[in-house]
Structures are given as structure tokens and as C-alpha cells.
Design a protein around this ligand. Structure first.
Ligand code: GLA
Length: 421
């Protein structure tokens, strides 16, 4: 009797265990299908264009179409630029069911038609929203509508969502961005998720599982070495953004599928050519997304050439995905190194000063090493060939490197090797 009773109990126990296990498995599987960011996207830093830096709220569907045309015609698409991103101010009001609608005057054909047009060019379309009640430009935000908005974006054929942080008092970034990540995942459409909370909650510490890129600083300001602070909004010039990255050791957090975003580029918006080259080189070395911020329809030939430099883009898009290390600071001269796939290195000498500066670099004096990627080169043992990615000059590491750098300029090299000395 006792034995029988025990057997029943045991049987019941194992059934219960199996049911619990099945339920856990089911919930786990269901959980997995919606609680993750899209994997396999942004394995190298995203490349594209965004409307904000040049046009702010002055945007419409014609600008977006013409930008897509120009991206193809100018050779930018062939160079790797892919996303055409509409920033703030595309939104109208929500309809009676709460669905977000585009501003009917500026986007009369609707976003789906625009996505079809952009896709027809072999490009991808990005859109913008905000975690709070309103965007920074005062349009409806996604707070309380996250799942609805993500579904609308998916139906329109959106490929990239930038999600801002204005008007969020009392909210915490990590749960707010996680909600939107889950909402996007639930749609089943892979969309790059771009976190834009200006580095306030140290997103590099939590956002690797939530988004594909996260802004690390306040907005970029169109200057090389300055800062702009009207009221609460700060704008940082190129060098100020660089310093935030090099100092905070943010490189430990970046890699394929999860990048520090130094903000959209200002190349072609009025800095000197040397500054523009330096700006692009810095973004490339630090594995930042390369999101253009100029008017592609009317850019000069020199801007086009700078932005499509294949060697510089290849450094940015290197599959190893390691952000450059600041190796040396010598007055206004700085020296950065980025290990590349297959044993190559990218090196950058930066002259921060508004006076010329001379580089006298003795390769053999110091072992070039990076603890993060566990790579090192001793130039006493091996010789690398180098090519200057801007001037196209070539040389090797058997002798010294001597160069004069113009104010606010860089010398950017790709080292290939090694060969025995
Ligand atoms: C914030 C973002 C910018 C831009 C504007 C739009 O400032 O950081 O990149 O999206 O909002 O209003």
C-alpha cells in the first residue's frame, strides 16, 4: 500500500517536473524570440547618411529621395554607405487608434512609398523616434506606444531606428531602451537599433545587449576644436569628442554588432579640407559608425573624394572591429593604433595644433602593442610596409618616419607585413 502510494506520488512528481520543464522551455523559446536585439546586423560600423546635421527640421520626402539618388550617383553607395536615415520632424500626429503618421505636408506619399523608393536603389531606410512623450523637436515621442510604433515601422519597411532621449524626466535609460528593443524584436523585422542618450547613463556598460550602437557624447558641433554651450544643449567639436573616447577607455566595450557612436559626420559642412580628412580618419580609426551629415546633392568633388577614400573606409569597416588605442601623446602630436584583420595595423598621427608639427618616429624604439586584442609588433624583429592612405606614398619600417603635418591634420598609414628585416 505504502509502496503503491509512493509510486503514485513519484509518478505525479515526475509529470509535474516534466510539465514545468516543458513550460520553461516554451517560455524560454518564446522569450528568446522577442527579448533580443536583431543579431547579425552592424557587424561592422553602420555607414549611411542622416538628415539632422545639415537640414534639422527642414526635411521632406523629396530631400530623402534626392539624397538616395545622390548616394548612388556620387559613388557613395559603392563606397559602402547604405542607410538613408530620416531624423527628427518627419512625424505628424497620431490617428484615432494611436498610430503615428508622417507630417502630411512634408511626406504626402507616406513613409512606405519612400522605403520602397530607397529599397529600389539598393539602399536602406532609417527613421527616428524618442523614448519620451515628445521628440527633441517637439513631435510625438514613442512613450506608451513602443510596440505600436515598432510595428508601424516594420510595416513601412524601416531598416534602422534611431531612438532619442528628450523629454524623459523620471525615466531610466536601460529599461526604456530595452522596451523598444523588445518591441522591435517582436515585429520580426531586423532593424538596426541606434541608442541616442548622449552617454548620460554610460550606455557602453549596458547597451551591448540592447542596441547596435550608442551615442557616447552630446551632439557634434561643426568645428574642429571648440565647444558650444547655449543653455542646456552642448555641442562638441571633433577633438572634444575624440578626447571623450580616448580618455574613457570606451574601446573595451565596442566590437562587431555593438559600437560607440561618435555622432554623425560634419565632413563637407564647412571645416577645412585638412580638418575634414582628420575628422573622417578619427571616426574610422575609432570604429565609429560613419553617418554622413552633409548635403550629398551639392557636395564638392573634394568632399566626395574624402568621404569615399577606400583605404580609410576599409580601416573603419575592418572585420576585427577593434577601436583604436591612443598610444602616445607628445605635445600637440598624438599617435593612435588600430589592429586590423590578418595582422595589419592602421596608424594615425594627429596634429591638434593650429601650427605645423613634425613627426620623427623611430619604429624600433617601442614595441607596438595592444592588450585588448593581444597583438604586438617589435619592429626590431620584423619589417612592415606602409602606405599613406591620403597621399598614397609608401615606405617601410626599416628606417625612421619623418613627416611635416599641417595644422589640424593627420597622417594615416596602413601597415602590412611582416617581412623579415
Ligand atoms: C538630439 C540628437 C540629435 C538629433 C536631434 C533631433 O539632439 O542628439 O542627433 O537627433 O535630437 O531633434
Amino acid at each position: 500500500m505504502k509502496t503503491k502510494h509512493t509510486t503514485h506520488k513519484t509518478l505525479f512528481h515526475s509529470w509535474a517536473m516534466m510539465a514545468v520543464a516543458a513550460l520553461t522551455l516554451f517560455l524560454g523559446a518564446a522569450g528568446n524570440s522577442w527579448a533580443q536585439k536583431a543579431e547579425g546586423l552592424a557587424l561592422t560600423p553602420p555607414m549611411g547618411w542622416n538628415s539632422w546635421n545639415k537640414f534639422a527640421c527642414e526635411i521632406d520626402e523629396r530631400l530623402i529621395r534626392e539624397t538616395a539618388d545622390a548616394m548612388v550617383k556620387s559613388g557613395m553607395k559603392d563606397a559602402g554607405y547604405q542607410y538613408v536615415n530620416i531624423d527628427d520632424c518627419w512625424q505628424g500626429q497620431r490617428d484615432a487608434e494611436g498610430n503615428i503618421q508622417p507630417d502630411a505636408k512634408r511626406f504626402p506619399s507616406g513613409i512606405k512609398a519612400l522605403a520602397d523608393y530607397v529599397h529600389g536603389k539598393g539602399l536602406k531606410l532609417g527613421i527616428y523616434s524618442d523614448a519620451g512623450d515628445a521628440t527633441c523637436g517637439g513631435r510625438p515621442g514613442s512613450r506608451g506606444h513602443e510596440y505600436q510604433d515598432a510595428l508601424v515601422y516594420a510595416r513601412w519597411g524601416i531598416d534602422y531606428v534611431k531612438y532619442d532621449w528628450c523629454n524623459t524626466p523620471g525615466m531610466s535609460a536601460e529599461p526604456a531602451y530595452t522596451t523598444m528593443r523588445d518591441a522591435i524584436a517582436k515585429t520580426g523585422r531586423p532593424m538596426v537599433f541606434s541608442i541616442c542618450e548622449w552617454g548620460m547613463s554610460k550606455p557602453w556598460e549596458w547597451a551591448g545587449k540592447v542596441g547596435h550602437l550608442w551615442r557616447t557624447t552630446p551632439d557634434i558641433y561643426n568645428c574642429f576644436d571648440c565647444q558650444f554651450n547655449p543653455g542646456f544643449s552642448t555641442g562638441l567639436g571633433v577633438l572634444r569628442i575624440l578626447d571623450k573616447h580616448a580618455d574613457a577607455n570606451l574601446r573595451n566595450f565596442a566590437g562587431p554588432g555593438h559600437w560607440n557612436d561618435m555622432d554623425m559626420l560634419e565632413v563637407g559642412n564647412g571645416m577645412s579640407e585638412d580638418e575634414d580628412r582628420a575628422h573622417l580618419s578619427i571616426w574610422a580609426m575609432l570604429a565609429s559608425p560613419l553617418i554622413l551629415g552633409n548635403d550629398l546633392r551639392s557636395m564638392s568633388e573634394s568632399t566626395r573624394r574624402i568621404l569615399t577614400n577606400p583605404g580609410v573606409i576599409a580601416v573603419n569597416q575592418d572585420k576585427l572591429g577593434v577601436q583604436a588605442l591612443r598610444v602616445l601623446v607628445d605635445g600637440p602630436l598624438e599617435f593612435y593604433a588600430k589592429p586590423l584583420e590578418g595582422g595589419d595595423w592602421a596608424l594615425m598621427f594627429l596634429n591638434r595644433s593650429n601650427q605645423p608639427a613634425d613627426v620623427h618616429h623611430d619604429w624600433k624604439k617601442q614595441v607596438l602593442g595592444d592588450d585588448l586584442s593581444k597583438r604586438s609588433v617589435d619592429f626590431k624583429q620584423v619589417v612592415y610596409r606602409w602606405s599613406d592612405l591620403w597621399s598614397k606614398k609608401t615606405g617601410d619600417t626599416s628606417g625612421k618616419l619623418e613627416a611635416r603635418l599641417a595644422p589640424h591634420s593627420v597622417l594615416m598609414l596602413r601597415l602590412t607585413g611582416p617581412a623579415k628585416p
